[in-house]
Design a protein around this ligand. Structure first.
Ligand code: MG
Length: 353
């Protein structure tokens, strides 16, 4: 008589005297709107090679993957893209498998791949297949925390995997989004960055972390981080870890372009967190009041989430609430970094003839 046991995400059917592993079902999640870059060639090569390594591959454009239940029959997802693609997939990646989330392996082929770099992932088909192989052998994904920004009207919040900021860098992201004309890469940030640096608009913020004040009606920038990295190697919340259940909040007081540039220089040197004017705290809940918000605005010009523009507004009093979502997303690590479990013997696994 055969018995079915579960090793991690992979179903194995064991018969007396014989053991076979069922093919692992992989969804290749990509953004079909981004036809540029190396993404399409990567997807084509992965789809060609994956079956030779025993993986069943399902093509999953981002828009189809967002349908309820679309990921529930998959053992893992390979997400082809950068931080923006990951950001827009978070809600359904975490909702899959009854809310436990589907194991997700990032193939970093976006403009910014900050989360993937933090995890040590590389944009190589062979490395992707090796990581999936380790997962099939029972290696456990790391369960990453996420953050969530709540809508004041009670709609489901916006999850994030890296960080959000409130300040002039967010205004640059908004300007880039408005100007998107098909020119990719970091060059598209140059003109909006210069324009914003010439006339910075730095609002007054009050911030508390788990009820403890971090800033009180001060001009400056706020970073709320899940992970330690930030684009362009400005690792602002460099003490953050994505597995402690906590968000890291950093407030940098600034009112002028010169002060902003000084913080950027200190951040590049790794000296900003220890600076006596910087405020840093960790906690589960961050409450922000934007004292100069525009009442009735549908989105906040000063807010960017994972480097993206999201339609999130504050309430009538300018308040915004951010919370930690501990261990919300199972992320697959490179094969060399995956912790292998002790393989259970057939008797311990409860297999009987
Ligand atoms: Mg943390």
């Amino acid at each position: 008589m055969a018995a079915t046991i579960v090793h991690g995400p992979v179903h194995a059917t064991i018969c007396p005297g014989r053991a076979t592993l069922a093919a692992m079902r992989i969804g290749v999640l990509h953004n079909r709107a981004s036809g540029r870059g190396k993404g399409p060639a990567f997807v084509q090569r992965l789809r060609a090679l994956a079956p030779t390594r025993g993986f069943d591959v399902l093509d999953l454009p981002l828009d189809l993957a967002s349908h309820a239940g679309a990921l529930d029959d998959l053992d893992a997802v390979v997400l082809v893209g950068g931080d923006g693609t990951l950001h827009h997939a978070l809600a359904f990646l975490t909702a899959a498998h009854g809310g436990r989330g589907v194991p997700t392996l990032i193939a970093p082929l976006g403009t910014e791949n900050v989360v993937a770099k933090e995890l040590g992932l590389r944009p190589r088909v062979a490395a992707t297949l090796d990581a999936l192989g380790a997962l099939r052998r029972g290696a456990a994904p790391v369960r990453s925390d996420l953050g969530v920004v709540h809508h004041p009207d009670g709609r489901p919040g916006v999850p994030f995997a890296l960080m959000l900021t409130i300040g002039p860098d967010a205004a640059i992201v908004h300007r880039v989004a408005r100007r998107r004309t098909g020119t990719g890469g970091r060059l598209r940030f140059v003109a909006p960055t210069l324009a914003r640096a010439a006339r910075p608009r730095i609002g007054r913020l009050s911030v508390s972390v788990d009820g403890q004040p971090l800033a009180s009606e001060q001009r400056g920038c706020l970073i709320v981080a899940v992970g330690p990295r930030y684009p362009m190697r400005l690792d602002l919340a460099r003490k953050a870890t994505r597995t402690d259940g906590l968000l890291d909040a950093l407030f940098l007081p600034a009112g002028t372009t010169a002060e902003l540039l000084a913080w950027a220089l200190l951040a590049r040197l790794g000296l900003h967190v220890g600076h006596p004017r910087a405020r840093y705290a960790q906690g589960r809940r961050v409450e922000v009041t934007l004292h100069e918000h525009r009442p009735g605005a549908q989105e906040l010009e000063d807010l960017q989430i994972d480097g993206e523009v999201e339609r999130v507004a504050c309430d009538a009093q300018g308040r915004l609430v951010v919370e930690s979502l501990p261990a919300a997303l199972p992320l697959v690590l490179p094969a060399a970094r995956q912790a292998m479990p002790i393989q259970p013997s057939p008797t311990r696994a409860g297999v009987s003839a």
